[in-house]
Design a protein around this ligand. Structure first.
Ligand code: SF4
Length: 700
């Protein structure tokens, strides 16, 4: 009998990136606990992380390849994938194929997928489900800082005197971070302001809740910027020495939000609450503004991000302990995907297509025969191209777009029409039914590689059980296809460590400090060191201060070294409520569920709190629509309809409704939030407006 053993790994669910100790008993059963030495969580886990040991069963697992629903051998399946992709490229060009990938991929998986598509196939048609999560933050960071950088670290939550949580139900979506914030609040009296249309669990502990109207964040933060200027609460030296564009941004903010009364009216808030928030922000030097999907998932998400960053630049509150704008990501490796170029508009290693020398540099580094020269299709546009027949071969990796994409009916129709669909995943999902070829991928506990969390901390996911059946690592599957497509020399990797070293080397290649994303210090990592790799922030340089909090020196990775104020104006949501669709539907997460429930849905204790699809309504709205608690309701939008049980709550503002995003599987046909969500996207980020769509609600 085997000895019991303990393996250090990382939680696969959210962007907090908690360290997990997995103990495998002699009889093979696995229990998990928080890793007390991991700097993201110091031993804490939330309900989802604590239940990881209960998700390791074989329920729903894909165990062997399938072709058209019939079991097949790996060679047969991989040959077919390579042949179909090669033929589509030969007949219709490189842009006739696409990969839709996932923040569930490890950095090494992501790296080879991006390299295959952008360097060897010659298209940038690779996008990730992170497009639905934080693409607006990426675009906002690049506009302000010149590079996609989260400046701060989690320690800043513990040294701040004020934390502003905007568009973030942190208590449920990033629970361990919330626990860290509350611990600091108990210790040092940190003030919490929550800006969210709903009174979520996060607001339970706050000093001030601003239930603003959906989509009015830019107005609120423009008003704050105008107030900071009027009150002289700005850092003139920082603005002079380290920024550009202050005058234009403040002029537009002042015109947009000339008074507190105007802001209060435009945001649907009490003027006294707006005043209180502005006073707190103006008077509290150590302020962190945390933002998440409520900001990002908007037709104007990038402007919202820049409205927040503008206020931190004006006060010089960035790059210092307890200060800064802070985007928290939804997925364990959303950040790692951004680093390797998992988004269609990125190249690799934080380089992009706007710079011809970067295209040349990446092409030379990869010795790529066919480097892509322009950005590819972003997620919503990609599925539109599939629907129009422009994409002839699509590979979906580790994600479930038949449920999670907005306007999901159209996505399902597109998948069923596509000439050739490959799905590689851990379990059978709503999307796998559209696959011509189904490839079984290794899951958490079986995979080996790295992830990067919301604070730029690289951690290892390590295997502790073998993949079941014939499942294989994603990087291996991608390389096996690349080799069959004739790119063998560039994809002959023998281990994830080898891929990681190449990724690190690319980040440092001809990088004389022009890009902050630099893993140069890890280029020579031996296999043993990779195996023992302890969590570490990037840039992986020697100076600890640089490895943790960035921009401490007031220099930014823009051509002139200055951060940019971005002038932004409040714009309306893509659609407004009207007589036909009188309520505003918001979507989001439940405390105990993850994504489309493919893992957490198998754990009875995680299902117990919310066992069926529900829509939250204010009692007055329910009465106006002749609905009562527990009724089955029919919700329809311009894009489709769903059914859900009515849940009455005063936490919901009048005129608004809320539905969780998770429902899939046997609920997918009737309750997937994607069926009613809007596919209208932000023009800068391509991120869809998942937080607001007008809806009509009737008794079923
Ligand atoms: Fe996992 Fe996020 Fe919970 Fe940490 S907070 S245990 S990373 S789901």
């Amino acid at each position: 009998m085997e000895e019991a053993r303990e393996v250090r790994t990382t939680c696969p669910y959210c962007g907090v990136g908690c360290g997990v100790l997995a103990e495998v008993a002699a009889d093979g059963t696995t229990t998990v606990r928080g890793d007390p030495e991991h700097p993201a969580n110091f031993g804490r886990l939330c309900s989802k992380g604590a239940a990881l040991g209960e998700t390791l069963g074989l329920e729903g697992r894909l165990l062997r390849p399938e072709i058209l629903g019939k079991p097949a051998g790996w060679d047969e399946a991989l040959d077919l994938v390579a042949e179909k992709f090669s033929r589509a490229i030969a007949e219709h060009g490189p842009d006739s194929v696409a990969f839709y990938v996932s923040g569930q991929l490890l950095t090494e998986d992501y790296y080879v997928a991006n390299k295959l598509m952008k360097g060897f196939i010659g298209s940038a048609n690779i996008d990730t489900n992170s497009r639905l999560c934080m693409a607006s933050s990426v675009a906002g960071h690049r506009r302000a800082f010149g590079e996609d950088i989260v400046p701060g670290v989690y320690e800043d939550f513990e040294s701040a005197d004020l934390i502003v949580l905007t568009g973030s139900n942190t208590a449920w979506c990033h629970p361990v971070l919330y626990q860290r914030m509350l611990a600091a609040r108990r210790e040092r009296g940190t003030k919490l302001v929550v800006i969210d249309p709903r009174r979520t669990a996060t607001a339970d502990e706050c000093d001030l809740h601003l239930p603003l109207d959906p989509g009015t964040d830019v107005l609120l933060f423009n008003g704050l910027l105008a107030r900071l200027v009027q009150a002289g609460k700005i850092d003139a030296a920082f603005i002079r020495d380290s920024t550009s564009g202050f005058d234009a941004a403040t002029a537009l903010a002042g015109a947009d939000a000339p008074s507190v009364a105007r802001v209060a009216k435009g945001c649907g808030l009490a003027a006294a609450d707006v005043e209180a928030f502005y006073d707190l922000f103006a008077e509290t030097e150590r302020t962190v503004t945390v933002y998440s999907q409520g900001v990002n998932q908007s037709a104007h998400g990038t402007d919202k991000v820049n409205a927040i960053i503008n206020c931190h630049l004006a006060t010089g509150r960035i790059g210092k302990p307890g200060m800064g704008p802070f985007s928290v990501t939804g997925q364990p490796n959303a950040m790692g995907g951004r680093e390797v170029g998992g988004l269609a508009n990125q190249l690799a290693a934080h380089m992009d297509f706007a710079d011809p020398s970067a295209i040349d540099r990446v092409g030379r580094f990869w010795n790529a025969p066919n480097i892509a020269r322009r950005g590819g299709l972003k997620a919503v546009d990609m599925f539109q191209a599939v629907a129009e027949g422009r994409i002839k071969a699509l590979w979906v990796m580790g994600t479930n777009p038949a449920v999670s994409m907005p306007d999901a009916s159209r996505v399902r129709a597109a998948l069923s029409k596509c000439d050739f669909v490959v799905v590689s995943d851990v379990t059978r999902t709503d999307t796998t039914r559209y696959a011509d070829v189904l490839l079984p991928a290794a899951g958490w506990g079986e995979k080996d590689g790295t992830v990067t969390n919301s604070e730029r901390l690289l951690s290892r996911q390590r295997p502790f059980v073998p993949p079941p059946g014939e499942a294989r690592a994603d990087w291996r599957i991608i390389c096996d296809v690349a080799i069959r497509m004739g790119f063998g020399d560039a994809f002959a990797y023998q281990s994830p460590a080898e891929i990681f070293r190449e990724h690190a080397a690319l980040s440092a290649f001809e990088n004389d400090g022009e890009r902050l994303f630099d893993l140069g210090g890890l280029t020579g990592l031996s296999d043993t060191d990779y195996g023992a790799f302890a969590p570490r922030h990037w840039p992986a340089l020697d100076n600890r201060e640089q490895q943790t909090r960035l921009f401490a020196d007031g220099r930014f990775p823009t051509p002139d070294g200055r951060a940019r104020f971005v002038p932004v104006r409040q714009e309306a949501t893509a659609f407004t409520v009207d007589a036909d669709y009188p309520l505003a539907l918001n979507t989001g997460r439940l405390r105990d569920q993850w994504h489309t429930m493919t893992r957490t849905g198998n754990v009875p204790r995680l299902m117990a709190n919310a066992p069926e699809p529900a829509v939250d309504l204010h009692p007055a709205d329910a009465a106006a629509h002749h609905l009562k608690d527990g009724d089955l309701a029919h919700l329809s939008t311009r894009f489709g309809f769903v059914r859900a049980r009515v849940h009455l709550t005063e936490a919901q503002r009048r005129g608004q409704a809320f539905m969780p995003m998770h429902w899939s599987g046997h609920f997918a046909a009737k309750a997937a939030a994607g069926l009613v969500s809007s596919p209208i996207t932000d023009p800068h980020s391509g991120q869809p407006e998942l937080k607001h769509v007008p809806v009509r609600i009737e008794r079923e």
